[in-house]
Design a protein around this ligand. Structure first.
Ligand SMILES: [Cu+2]
Length: 358
């Protein structure tokens, strides 16, 4: 068979759409809107989750009881919010207007005071920073207020199987399928090998649509013996908003829930300050984080036996889905700088922002 003919036929059969994932028996593509609530209706409640009332929430709370470790507690609720990806309506890099609709019904994590007393801020994309020091226990009370079952699944920190926050079909633990208006308490441990910058995100039965609607955030485990934190710390998550999740008619390449300089975070520092960038990638692409006017020494792998790191100077680093890295430098170069993804299509779909040094 003529291979060009085959490709053409395949393309036509799929309507030009590129396969993304199968969810509740439906094949989804990134560029075609999906209704996540409708899809969720087709997912059966796993047997361990469907236990008698209250059983799904018990157990978890006692998992860390009796431990001597210091505990850090978080109250985080998943909420539905109208989210504007380009609130200014403009792209400051190209000095142009961004056409089309940019607001969509998002899912986002929102921090609360103890026992969900009152919100500590708005629901944001990414969600609140979860922070711990080695030796601490992290207790995250998670309440789900979105229409579909969701979870919190952490990277890097230690957790027992039932604290994984992951849907596993009929083997799912209660923490992997938190239904609307239910609460689940995750208990994790910051151990020595957890030091670093990580992320957390939904890993429930509708994975990855809630992530593509905004359910992710940064997590950092600090070494209490390390030098004091830098003067400036920036947490940047590189991701995208695709029509499959936003129901908008175009794709946006984002940093922290926004697209295009002037909407993405504008970072500020002064000469002489110690500056740290924590960079995370989370969508279906690789990203090359690039910072203008600066270099840093690649220390990834330093301190690990058999992997001394390269020690090379970098100004660009590639991240795959779910990866993260941190770099630090002492600021010595004033100016108005760009940070951006160096994949050009991402850069021009909005994955860029300002770094301003005085
Ligand atoms: Cu990119």
């Amino acid at each position: 068979m003529d291979p060009t003919q085959f490709d053409r036929r395949q393309l036509l059969a799929g309507g030009g759409a590129v396969f993304f994932c199968t969810l509740a028996g439906h094949r989804l593509s990134l560029d075609q809107p999906a209704d996540v609530a409708k899809l969720a209706a087709g997912v059966p409640v796993p047997p361990r989750v469907a236990k008698p009332d209250g059983a799904a929430e018990a157990g978890a709370v006692t998992a860390g009881a009796g431990k001597k470790a210091n505990t850090r507690q978080y109250w985080i609720r998943a909420e539905q919010v109208k989210w504007d990806i380009v609130p200014s309506g403009r792209d400051q890099m190209m000095n142009s207007r961004v056409r089309g609709r940019t607001r969509f019904p998002a899912y986002a994590y929102r921090p609360y005071s103890a026992n969900f007393g009152s919100p500590l801020g708005p629901a944001t994309i990414p969600g609140p920073l979860i922070e711990a020091e080695v030796g601490e226990q992290v207790v995250v009370h998670f309440q789900n207020h979105v229409d579909v079952p969701t979870t919190i699944h952490p990277h890097g920190i230690f957790y027992a199987e039932e604290m994984d926050g992951t849907y596993k079909g009929r083997f799912t633990d209660p923490g992997g399928f938190v239904q609307k208006n239910r609460t689940f308490t995750y208990v994790w441990e910051a151990r020595e090998d957890s030091v670093g910058t990580w992320l957390y995100h939904d890993h429930g039965p509708m994975d990855p649509l809630p992530v593509f609607k905004g359910m992710f955030g940064p997590l950092i485990v600090r070494d209490p013996g390390a030098p004091s934190p830098p003067d400036k710390e920036f947490f940047l998550i590189m991701h995208s908003f695709s029509p499959v999740a936003t129901q908008l008619n175009q794709q946006f390449a984002c940093v922290n829930g926004r697209a295009y300089a002037g909407n993405t975070p504008t970072l500020r520092a002064r000469v002489g300050q110690r500056v740290a960038f924590h960079v995370i990638a989370l969508d279906d692409d690789f990203h090359t984080f690039h910072l203008h006017g600066h270099r840093w020494v690649d220390t990834s792998g330093f301190g690990t036996e058999g992997n001394p790191g390269t020690g090379k100077a970098l100004d660009t680093k590639t991240l795959g889905p779910g990866e993260s890295f941190t770099f630090e430098f002492v600021e010595d170069n004033p100016g108005r700088w760009f940070y951006h993804c160096h994949v050009f299509s991402h850069l021009h779909m909005g994955m860029n922002g300002w770094y301003i040094v005085r």
